[in-house]
Design a protein around this ligand. Sequence first.
Ligand SMILES: NC(=O)c1ccc[n+]([C@@H]2O[C@H](COP(=O)([O-])OP(=O)(O)OC[C@H]3O[C@@H](n4cnc5c(N)ncnc54)[C@H](OP(=O)(O)O)[C@@H]3O)[C@@H](O)[C@H]2O)c1
Length: 403
Amino acid sequence: MSMKKRVTVLGSTGSIGVNSISVIDSLGEEFELVSVSGHGQWQLLAQQARKYNLEKVVITDTRNLANLEKELEGTDTEVLGGPEHLVDLAVDSDCDILIVAIVGSAGLPAVLGATKAGKTIAIANKESLVVAGCLLMPLAQKHGATILPIDSEHSAILQAMQSGQRNEVEKIIITCSGGPFRNADDAQIACATLEDALNHPTWNMGPKITIDSATLMNKALEIIEARWLFDLEPGQIEVLVHPESIIHSLVEFCDGSVIAQMSLPDMRLPIQYALTWPHRRPCPASRLNLHELGHLTFEPPDKNRFPALKLGYEVAHKAGTAGAVLNGANEACVEAFRKRQISFTQIVEFTDICLSEHNFIEKPDLEQLMQSENWARQKVLELVSSVQKNPDKMKNSPQSTSY
Ligand SMILES: NC(=O)c1ccc[n+]([C@@H]2O[C@H](COP(=O)([O-])OP(=O)(O)OC[C@H]3O[C@@H](n4cnc5c(N)ncnc54)[C@H](OP(=O)(O)O)[C@@H]3O)[C@@H](O)[C@H]2O)c1
């Protein structure tokens, strides 16, 4: 790589966004940060704009636009307000690599735009693939876009896949820490509080993915993400609980060889691999010392205690509008759980109800995907409101004591 790569980070104020900027920094001359977006954290956006003398900054929550404009007065940075400008940044011909680190399906329009513009997209925003993988992957092929995973499991799969030909892959094994409730029984899970759910044992991440990791909905989303990214049948995707989060995933080839990617849990490594792919560069993340570690453990996942996994497989099989419904329902449920309106187990329970009740479309267009997602969000609001009208329905109150 001789020419400088110009990078845009959407969601630069979040956990992946901040790590992405530190990776770009540590890579030195080869990469240059040119534009960023954030939603609410205007002060951090302003700091990033000043530090890197950025060309453009988008703030999607326009309530903070005036503050950001004032903060960046007199600088060369162009300040834009509103979600529509995410697509402008994504398709900008001056951007070589787009990192999408926005949380939720709010990232989808930018991912779609960049895909149609034939860009290289380093994607952390798994929700876009879950909602619209059925449209995105064919579009990427048509327009010559490259979609590279940042998710550590999918990065591991991409890395392990370099050991053979695509048609030699028999199956993939996605690892899973098990989250904070790995050893909890049904009763303990049923009265899990928000604080319990936010207490992830191995990864330090944004709140939405942390809660998804507690319900194991994150693994469900990852099964669907892997199905689209690597064009696999759901039967080729296994989940393995591995509490130490050292093996990030494995690929089994037709000769029985299983190739694993291992490293300490640090998102800077998969972010960097997406930027430098197919090459490798030195990375500041701490190195693995297997001798110190001693041993690694593995367990089968428990689909009864964590029913989200069943939903992941169901949606990966059905495809069509099922991913949009799963994602819309889960996002709305996580929001309600964070507001303490529903209990922990109701997140998956309500998502399941949405999946059972929605009008499935096998080959949807974008509008139908969006309608299905919105329908699911609406349906969750109805379920939440019925819980609020009848508090008895809120079994296992999220206010209850932590176990
Ligand atoms: N964190 C991890 O280790 C990790 C690992 C693998 C995959 N991922 C995936 O990466 C994505 C980001 O996760 P995260 O943990 O970095 O989340 P996060 O810390 O909550 O950051 C989310 C980012 O999205 C922005 N944002 C929030 N709502 C938005 C909206 N409506 N429109 C546009 N931007 C919005 C936030 O802006 P403000 O902060 O300015 O409000 C922030 O920049 C998720 O899809 C997650 O599943 C994360």
